[in-house]
Design a protein around this ligand. Structure first.
Ligand code: ZN
Ligand code: ZN
Length: 327
């Protein structure tokens, strides 16, 4: 039924059943009328027209819940957009934590179908969180090419074959100092920014996930990296999952968010939800921080075209969308 792309033989590693049925409700429950939705008591004025640009699906093998449930929770939270940004990781260390490349067509088409189902309630977008992997970069390009993704996020989860975001790799990770990890991480991140064509840089300082912080020696390197991000007009993600982790702060931290503002870097916002109930987590705090840091717009994408959504919304009118201009 769906087109197949199979650049790597995954047969030994995966055993998925009926993926479409697990992605969506077998029989969708009745949808609210859009007029009812506008008066929905759960619709938070604060979050109206807010977006969540980073949620996963069960295809990545370490998230759960149906895609409908993520969307419905986003509607309940009063969001105007939700963007699925599921993992595409090709290198050996992380394949098992990613969607299979041959499921990309299914993922894309399912999301577009759901976008149509929920179009009177919320905009549903589809993107990918791609792990930077120079060796497999041409395959990634080939996988992505046939689809009109709304956005591509770039992430660094692996350095020296160590998964820096997994508790399963604690021993290997802790065999290195956090300064060593930070140095290696920033080198890979720098390379990713130089060499790949992504729209969003995901969780910029994710190396702090388990609570260890590097010394201040990396400020200069971060400054150089932010300048490159600014020159390439990329968007940085404010990833709110850090408040659920030992990091106990956003990715990136407040000081980096302020530097992003100084360098005129646009920001978007994502919960990195791996369960539907995590949609829009810690968003109130994130909105406050963005506003305090001088942001008035938040970055969104349609078919990889960036546009700005106002951050300070006091009513439920259709959001004024602007392209270019001030942040
Ligand atoms: Zn990630
Ligand atoms: Zn993620």
């Amino acid at each position: 039924m769906f087109g197949i792309l199979n650049p790597i033989d995954y047969d030994d590693e995966y055993d998925y059943d009926a993926p479409y049925e697990i992605l969506v409700f077998a029989r969708p429950a009745e949808l609210p009328e859009s007029s009812k939705l506008a008066q929905c008591p759960h619709l938070s004025t604060r979050l109206a027209f807010m977006i969540d640009y980073h949620v996963h699906t069960s295809l990545c093998n370490h998230a759960n819940g149906s895609m409908d449930q993520y969307i419905r929770n986003a509607i309940d939270a009063g969001l105007s957009e939700i963007c699925f940004l599921d993992h595409l990781t090709l290198h050996e260390s992380g394949r098992h934590l990613s969607m299979r490349p041959d499921y990309v067509p299914l993922y894309y088409q399912t999301t577009r179908r759901l976008a149509n189902t929920y179009k009177n309630h919320i905009r549903v977008k589809v993107g990918l969180e791609v792990d930077y992997d120079p060796k497999n970069a041409p395959i990634v390009t080939k996988i992505i090419a046939p689809y009109d993704f709304d956005v591509i996020g770039g992430s660094v989860h692996f350095i020296d074959r160590i998964n820096i975001v997994s508790s399963k790799d604690t021993e290997a990770r802790e065999s290195k100092s956090i300064d060593e990890i930070c140095e290696l991480y920033l080198a890979v991140l720098d390379e990713m920014i130089e060499n790949t064509h992504v729209d969003i840089i995901c969780h910029l300082d994710i190396f702090k996930k388990f609570g260890r912080r590097p010394s201040s020696d990396f400020e200069k390197k971060f400054d150089e990296i932010l300048s490159k991000i600014s020159d390439k007009r990329l968007t940085v993600e404010l990833n709110t999952s850090g408040y659920t982790h030992k990091a106990n702060e956003f990715y990136p931290n407040t000081s980096l968010i302020k530097k992003c503002r100084e360098k005129n870097i646009r920001m978007t916002i994502g919960s990195d939800a791996h369960q539907p109930q995590q949609v829009a987590r810690h968003f109130d705090k994130a909105i406050d921080l963005l506003i305090k840091s001088g942001y008035r717009y938040i970055s969104a994408f349609t078919r990889r075209e960036q546009y700005d959504i106002p951050l300070t919304i006091a009513n439920h009118k259709t959001p004024k969308i602007q392209t270019g201009g001030a942040l």
